[in-house]
Design a protein around this ligand. Structure first.
Ligand code: 13P
Length: 339
């Protein structure tokens, strides 16, 4: 099998998912300030190294997305961060976009930047050990947004990024995130996500992307966080699966959801429900940032030296999400294991 196709499959092999630890320095500073820890390169590395050397990495984390600063850092044992990740049987990856900026022509919306000089940066990241990459596009929902311009321009950028990444022999994670902010209901999220995914796959096809060597990282289909109507996990799973079946070509091997502001338990439960009814060939997994790290970060901030406690919490979350990739999770397991 082609090397990138093989990597894509390993990243979301049954029982495994992706740890999104690629927060930019700005975002990481917000996360650390929220638990009263100073955001220094050393502290950012300390937290991340604590997670990357946890036992849960072995069985449940197929890949870790890093940030530019982290992929170049050396751990306390002298290994580089990618070497540490590889020693747990996991694959190092890297966020390569340079952030979502104001979209000229529709300035309430965002366009993701980072294509200039990307070919050269990819060669550097490959040499540092990365074998997959991430690029995130964001879309807002309101009465008039997202605009056709935001949908088209972000899809175009995602496709140009994917072509460069495959040229560099790495797997692109294609992340079009429809944000959950707003009063809209689940049907509106479904419609917007469908339009976004359709345009992305139209552009990916145009750019001759080998879809078997890609991973899709989408949002789940959810009501807005200020919506008057709420939906249960079964409804969320049904709508999410329907949307993906209708808009994602079957060659895509894996779909790894972002958590996007769901609580840790919601993200796990929703993925579990999706896998209960998954009748597609897609491996349905996770690529969570907050939903894998939130509790661990809180515990770490309480006592930075108590590495075991932080790792125990991270191991538990990884295991719960790992179980949800095979629809084997239930709420009782949460209670038993956290007790
Ligand atoms: P969340 O799971 O916290 O949404 O982060 C995933 C991610 O990588 C966003 O780009």
């Amino acid at each position: 099998m082609n090397e990138i196709e093989n990597i894509a499959k390993q990243m979301v092999a049954k029982g495994k998912g992706i740890l999104a630890a690629d927060e930019s320095t700005g975002t990481m500073t917000k996360r650390l300030s929220s638990v009263n820890v100073e955001s220094t390169p050393e502290n950012r590395l300390k937290f991340r190294e604590t997670l990357f050397s946890a036992e849960g990495m072995k069985n449940h984390i197929g890949g870790v997305i890093l940030y530019d600063e982290t992929i170049k850092q050396k751990t306390s044992s002298g290994k580089t961060v990618p070497e540490l990740i590889k020693s747990f049987g996991s694959i190092p990856g890297i966020k390569v976009d340079t952030g979502a900026k104001k979209l000229a022509g529709s300035p309430d919306e965002k366009i993701t930047e980072g294509l200039d000089g990307l070919r050269e940066r990819l060669a550097e990241y490959y040499n540092l050990g990365a074998r997959f990459t991430k690029w995130r596009a964001v879309y807002i929902i309101s009465k008039k947004y997202p605009s056709a311009l935001a949908i088209k321009s972000n899809a175009h950028a995602l496709a140009r990024y994917s072509a460069l990444v495959q040229e560099a022999k790495m797997v692109p994670i294609v992340e079009p995130e429809v944000l959950m902010d707003g009063e809209h209901d689940i049907n509106r999220c479904y419609d917007v996500t469908s339009s976004v995914l359709k345009e992305c796959y139209k552009e990916l096809k145009l750019h001759n992307i080998n879809l078997k060597g890609t991973i899709l990282k989408p949002n789940m289909i959810l009501p807005g966080n200020k919506s008057k109507t709420k939906n249960n996990s079964q409804e969320i799973a049904k709508m999410t699966l329907k949307c993906l079946k209708e808009n994602v070509p079957s060659e895509v091997p894996g779909i790894a959801f972002l958590s996007g502001g769901q609580t840790e338990i919601e993200a796990t439960q929703n993925l579990n429900e999706i896998n209960k009814i998954n009748d597609t060939s897609f491996l349905m997994s996770f690529s969570y940032g907050r939903a894998l790290q939130q509790s661990a970060l809180k515990s770490w901030a309480r006592d930075i030296k108590d590495i075991n406690k932080t790792q125990k919490i991270f191991n538990h979350r990884s295991k719960m999400n790992g179980l949800s990739t095979s629809a084997k999770w239930n709420l009782n397991l949460e209670k038993q294991l956290t007790a």
